[in-house]
Design a protein. Structure first.
Length: 308
């Protein structure tokens, strides 16, 4: 591939990364429009309409061989089922947090998610943490600890969101299934539970025949809201370095933070300010260290190429 082609692919990757994390960041605006529905109903619709849209995408992009390969492996299916349950729990808590005015805490969860990933990498995968990574994790833990022991408040929403998504990522690392086929299988495995809930337990607002078309349009859009950022993320991951992609991940929680403060007027007490301050400092340390490690890796590769 020529240098110009690589440069063009990188530009497209950056645009896709920004689009993905921006869509994840503004997703709360969409879910706020569905407050007439209980959180469980919204999750149910998210599963159903995501499954429909993903089926179409799998068919259009000719991904059935990858789906079939995964279906033939009981081990892969068990891991994807567990991953789907975790993802569903993460979605449910995220929706509930948004519609119960806890968007600030949800944004905190996605701020600390990369730090939890690093910590879990050390704990479960035996990855060696660089000194500055240890400092970053320590700063984040300090911020959460101060909130718990000084102000008596456990940021359980943030912690559960971060931990469930990190464990989900760990499980997906264990199976060699691409993002789109994997999400399709995970969603399809949850579909029977969603349909049973729809038939037996859903609220009146989930009766599409009784709703206005505008509400039904919002409900069906749940599939697009779920899959569009994922497709952009996948496209970005194919075109740019994964380490580079990581620098865009703070777009989402930053947009959520701004929405919570200036659009939805959530209270921002001193306890939260202290915790966010430690987490932001941890992310500065983490990002600076990641950038330095990335540059060192690039220099090493250049030297190796020059020697060959």
């Amino acid at each position: 591939m020529s240098q110009s082609s690589v440069s063009q692919a990188t530009k497209v990757g950056v645009i896709c990364a920004i689009a993905a994390y921006t869509m994840w960041g503004v997703a709360p605006v969409y879910f706020k429009q569905l407050q007439v529905l209980p959180a469980m109903d919204i999750l149910m619709h998210r599963i159903v309409w995501s499954a429909v849209l993903l089926f179409g995408l799998i068919f259009a992009l000719k991904q059935w061989p990858k789906v079939s390969a995964a279906l033939r492996s009981p081990t892969v299916m068990k891991v994807l089922f567990c991953a789907g349950l975790l993802l569903g729990a993460n979605w449910l808590l995220f929706i509930w947090a948004i519609n119960n005015d806890h968007l600030l805490e949800a944004s905190l969860g996605y701020y600390i998610n990369p730090l939890i990933n690093v910590f879990f990498g050390r704990l479960f995968l035996g990855e060696v943490l660089r000194p500055m990574q240890k400092v970053a994790v320590g700063l984040a833990l300090t911020g959460v600890g101060i909130l718990i022991f000084t102000f008596g408040h456990l940021p359980w929403i943030a912690l559960v969101l971060a931990i469930t998504f990190s464990i989900y990522g760990l499980l997906r690392k264990k199976v060699a299934v691409d993002s789109l086929p994997g999400l399709f299988i995970e969603t399809t495995l949850l579909l029977p539970f969603a349909l049973i809930y729809w038939v037996g337990f859903a609220s009146e607002q989930s009766d599409l025949f009784a709703n206005e078309w505008s509400l039904n349009a919002l409900i069906v859009a749940a599939g697009l809201v779920t899959t569009a950022p994922l497709l952009c993320f996948t496209a970005a991951a194919r075109r740019i370095m994964y380490s580079t992609l990581g620098f865009f991940q703070y777009i989402g929680p930053s947009i959520m933070f701004v929405l919570a403060l200036f659009v939805y007027n959530e209270p921002f007490e001193m306890s939260r300010l202290i915790t966010f301050g430690f987490v932001w400092l941890a992310l500065v340390v983490f990002s600076t260290d990641s950038l330095r490690a990335y540059r060192q890796q690039q220099r090493k590769l250049q030297i190796e190429r020059a020697q060959t």
